[in-house]
Design a protein around this ligand. Sequence first.
Ligand SMILES: [Zn+2]
Length: 357
Amino acid sequence: MSIIGQITQIGVKGGAPRSDRPQPPGRPDRSGRLDRSGRPDRPQRSHRHLRRAGGASLVTALAVSCAATAGPTGTGPGPRLDEPLAAAGAGLPLGAAQRAEAEYVAASLAAYADRLAQAEARRVAAAERWGLAAVPLRPPPPPARKPDLVSSPGHLRGDGLPPVITRVPTEDKVVFFTIDDGWEKDPELLTMLRELDIPYSAFLSDYVAKDDYGYFRRMHRDGAAVHNHTLHHKELPTLSYERQRREICDMQEVLAAEIGVTPRLFRPPYGAYDRDTLRAAATCGIEAVPLWMEEAWTRRFDYARTDRVLHPGDIVLTHFRGPEEWPGGGTMTDMVRRAVNEVTRQGFAFARLEDYV
Ligand SMILES: [Zn+2]
């Protein structure tokens, strides 16, 4: 198989997360949205070593370019984004400079394929090291267009209100891992999720996160998204509109200062909200309110539905908790192990919530 073919299989079409592709700061994400800081709220994730390596951005760009050259099915003509390479493919005579460039591209792609294979080997080894029953499945490429969201059945909806969702409308066999509050700051959790390359999103509440925002900055650098879970974790419907607004909107400012993000997503404590909550959240940039369908614990995995199986697009909730807080004990890594095994056993993969919402 040609190098380009390998790349297409291994990397571009074979399911390498689209977030691998470099996205310069300040450019809109696929939805065209920018967060308030001017950065797309799409922290880079996975295969970080590729981006650290010199010239990796170029290589990735070339791989994408070559996939486009091959056309959407890999057989059609497609746009010729890389002329020397296209010329090489067509057997046209090449000048020395073009030949050198084509050789450089081929070598770069080969190196890229090699690094992808090495990354996968490391992930397999990590799954064994962390005691998983199987290697976590890779999610499919993110949707080209995010699904339109409306509030899930039984939840408030209305013009100008962010939708309240417990799952994302998708047929992909993916679920979303979300971790709330911020009490426990277990470094092993970050290591485990990084080594397994599992996407996740944190919904932080200032009153517990604030003693070590450095932990959550590291988490964010690893690629995890950080979202809003209020300042003080109050039951919001018991508060006035103005106090609710402060709980949500002041937390936006805390996260902008501490993490460098202004979240688009917000989760009310206990999942408790009213119309004022949604109105207040909308005033400070909140676009969606993800609740959850399942909850992961160290000793069990809870389902909201009676069929007790995952459905595509389900949102899974868990918490940053220490061994003394989990019923029956255990650690964050025990919780992850149990959750990942459950998800993998049912043929699902964890995907990035922000790729869909
Ligand atoms: Zn909470």
